[in-house]
Write a protein that binds this ligand. Structure first.
Ligand SMILES: NC(=O)c1ccc[n+]([C@@H]2O[C@H](COP(=O)([O-])OP(=O)(O)OC[C@H]3O[C@@H](n4cnc5c(N)ncnc54)[C@H](O)[C@@H]3O)[C@@H](O)[C@H]2O)c1
Ligand SMILES: O=P(O)(O)OC[C@@H](O)[C@@H](O)[C@H](O)[C@H](O)CO
Length: 483
C-alpha cells in the first residue's frame, strides 16, 4: 500500500505565518487541526514551519510524508458516535535547528511570520543558564526563541510592527508569562541591550493558554484496521477524542481579531484570565489521571476506560474527584461537578485506548504539579488526610519498584528519579522498618516536593502503612482500606 504524501492527498500552498516548536502528537492533533479547520473556512491563511525542540525527534519523519498526516477523531458527541479521519496539510517546513541552524534563523527575516506556537512539555520552559551563546543552537526552547527574536530585532531594525504573537501550550501555570519571564532572564544573562529588551516586551505579545484534548497518538492497537480504512500507510496518524478546548488569555483585543480561529465553530475562547479553567482542568482531569495510574496499573488494569469502568477502581476515581479534589477548588460546586461528570464520560470513551503506562511518564513531577497542590489545600482546609490521593502517592512509590505480578513494569521518568527509586528500594528487606525508612526518605525530598511533609506526621504514617500493605497484601486487598 502507498505511503501518504502529496501524490495521495492534496497539499495547499499558504504563507508560513506560524513557527511551531514541537512536532508531538498533541500539537498535531490539536493546534494544527484547529489551524486546518480555520484555513478551510478561510478565516486564516497560514501554513506552519515545525521546529524540533530537542536533538532527537520526528520532524524529518513528518517531512517524508510531505507534512501530511491523518487526525483520527473518535468518540461520542450529543449521544451520537462520531468517527472522522481528516488529512492535515498545514505542515510546510521541517527544521532540526541542531543541524539546520541557519535555516531556522532565516525565519527571523520573514515578513510573513506572525505567530509562535509551542508545546515542549512541562520540562520545556526553563531557564538554561548555559544558553548564552546564541550563535550556535541553544539547548532550551526559550534560548532558541531568544536567538530568533534577536535576529528579527536586528534585521528589522527594532521595528515595533515586526513583533510576534506567542501562544505557548505547555501545561504549566501562566505559560505565557513564564516564557516571557524566562526570556527576559536569559536576555539579561546574554547581556542584550536595553532597547532589545524593550522591543521583546513591548512589540511581542505573550499570551498564556490552556489546552484540553485527550490525544492518544499513533493507534498501535488498531493500526491494521485503520490503515485498511485509510487506504494508505500513515506513519504519523494520530488518534484523539472529539472534545477540544483552547482557552487563550489576552488583554489585547487585536489578538482575537487577528487570529479568529474561534469563529470556525470550534471550542476556542479568548478570556481575560484563564486561571479558573486551568485549575479546574489540571486538578480534576490531569490530577485524577495521574492519581489513577499507579493504583489501576497495580490493580491489574491497563487503560483509563477499564479503570473507570471497574467497580472498585471506578469508585476510587470518583471518590478522588468528588470527595478530595473538588472540595479544594474555588469555583462553584455545581460547575465543578458538571465538569467532573464530563471528564468521567471522556475517560469512558469506548473508542480511545488510553494506556495507563502512557500517562505514567514523568509521574514523579506530575504528582507534584497536578496533585500535591490539592493535597496541601485539603490538609489545610479540612484538617484530615486526603486518603485516596495519599494512597495514590504510596502506589506510585510501589509502581516504581518496577514489578507487577512478577513482571517488570516499563517505568519511565527522569533518570534522577529512576536512580532514586532504585536506591530507595535497594534498601528494602521486607520489614515494616525498611518501608518506614524508604517512605521517610521519599517524602523528605524537600527540593523535589518543595513542601515539608514532616509538618504532617500522620501523612508519613499513612503512606508507610499503605506502601507496606500494597507490597505485602497486593493492590486488590490494600485498596479496600481506603474505600
Ligand atoms: N497527549 C495529550 O492528551 C495531551 C493533552 C494536553 C496536553 N498535553 C501535553 O502536551 C505535551 C506533549 O504531549 P504529546 O502527546 O504531544 O507528546 P509527544 O511525546 O508526542 O511529544 C512531545 C514533544 O515535546 C518535545 N519535548 C520533549 N521533551 C522536551 C524538553 N525537555 N524540552 C523541549 N521539548 C521537549 C518533543 O520534542 C516533542 O515535540 C505533554 O507535556 C502533555 O502534558 C498532552
Ligand atoms: O500528556 P501528559 O503525559 O502530560 O498527561 C497525561 C494526560 O493527563 C493528559 O495528556 C490529558 O489527557 C490531557 O491533558 C487532556 O487535555
Amino acid at each position: 500500500m502507498q505511503e501518504l504524501n502529496k501524490t495521495v492527498a492534496q497539499k495547499t500552498e499558504r504563507p508560513v505565518k506560524v513557527l511551531q516548536f514541537g512536532e508531538g502528537n498533541f500539537l498535531r492533533a490539536f493546534v494544527d487541526w484547529i489551524l486546518q479547520e480555520a484555513n478551510d473556512k478561510e478565516l486564516i491563511n497560514t501554513n506552519v514551519a515545525v521546529v524540533q525542540p530537542i536533538e532527537m525527534g520526528r520532524v524529518k519523519d513528518l517531512e517524508k510524508q510531505d507534512g501530511l498526516y491523518t487526525v483520527f477523531l473518535e468518540g461520542i458527541k450529543n449521544k451520537e458516535v462520531v468517527s472522522q479521519k481528516q488529512v492535515i496539510d498545514v505542515l510546510d517546513d521541517f527544521i532540526n535547528p541542531y543541524t539546520e541552524y541557519d535555516q531556522y534563523l532565516a525565519y527571523a527575516k520573514s515578513e510573513e511570520l506572525r505567530y509562535i506556537i509551542s508545546n515542549t512539555t512541562e520540562a520545556g520552559i526553563i531557564l538554561d543558564k548555559e544558553d548564552t551563546k546564541l550563535d550556535t543552537c541553544p539547548n532550551s526552547f526559550p534560548g532558541k526563541l531568544l536567538a530568533l527574536l534577536v535576529e528579527r530585532y536586528k534585521y528589522f531594525d527594532g521595528d515595533k510592527n515586526k513583533g510576534l504573537i506567542i501562544l505557548p501550550c505547555e501545561l504549566i501555570d501562566h505559560n505565557g508569562k513564564e516564557l516571557k519571564k524566562v526570556m527576559n532572564e536569559l536576555a539579561g544573562l546574554v547581556g542584550l541591550e536595553e532597547d532589545f529588551i524593550t522591543w521583546l516586551n513591548e512589540a511581542n505579545t505573550f499570551c498564556s493558554t490552556l489546552v484540553d484534548r485527550i490525544v492518544t497518538g499513533y493507534p498501535r492497537n488498531e493500526i491494521e484496521k485503520v490503515t485498511k480504512e485509510l487506504g494508505y500507510v500513515d506513519n504519523s496518524v494520530v488518534k484523539c477524542e472529539i472534545f477540544h478546548l483552547w482557552v487563550i488569555e489576552t488583554q489585547d483585543p487585536k489578538v482575537k481579531e487577528e487570529f479568529p480561529v474561534d469563529k470556525a465553530g470550534l471550542d476556542v475562547i479568548f478570556v481575560d484570565d484563564l486561571t479558573p479553567y486551568k485549575q479546574r482542568k489540571v486538578s480534576i482531569l490531569n490530577g485524577s489521571h495521574t492519581a489513577m495510574v499507579p493504583v489501576g496499573y497495580l490493580y491489574g488494569i491497563d487503560t483509563v476506560r477499564e479503570t473507570v469502568e471497574d467497580e472498585v477502581m471506578g469508585q476510587f476515581v470518583k471518590d478522588v474527584m468528588f470527595n478530595e479534589i473538588i472540595p479544594t477548588q474555588d469555583l462553584p460546586k455545581d460547575e465543578l461537578d458538571k465538569f467532573a461528570d464530563e471528564v468521567l464520560d471522556r475517560f469512558k470513551n469506548p473508542y480511545i485506548y488510553h494506556e495507563l503506562l502512557a500517562i505514567s511518564l514523568n509521574s514523579t513531577t506530575k504528582y507534584k504539579t497536578r496533585i500535591l497542590p490539592t493535597v496541601i489545600k485539603y490538609l489545610d482546609r479540612k484538617n484530615e488526610l486526603p486518603k485516596r490521593l495519599l494512597f495514590s502517592l504510596a502506589s506510585m512509590l510501589v509502581f516504581f519498584k518496577g514489578e507487577r505480578n512478577g513482571e517488570k513494569i516499563p517505568v519511565n521518568d527522569n533518570k534522577e528519579f529512576l536512580d532514586m527509586y532504585e536506591a530507595l528500594w535497594g534498601s528494602y528487606d521486607g520489614s515494616t522498618e525498611s518501608v518506614d525508612k524508604i517512605v521517610k526518605q521519599f517524602l523528605g525530598l524537600k527540593d523535589h516536593w518543595e513542601f515539608d511533609f514532616a509538618k504532617y506526621p500522620e501523612v508519613e504514617k499513612f503512606v508507610s502503612e499503605s506502601v507496606y500493605s500494597i507490597v505485602n497484601d497486593g493492590m486488590k486487598a490494600a485498596i479496600k482500606k481506603v474505600m
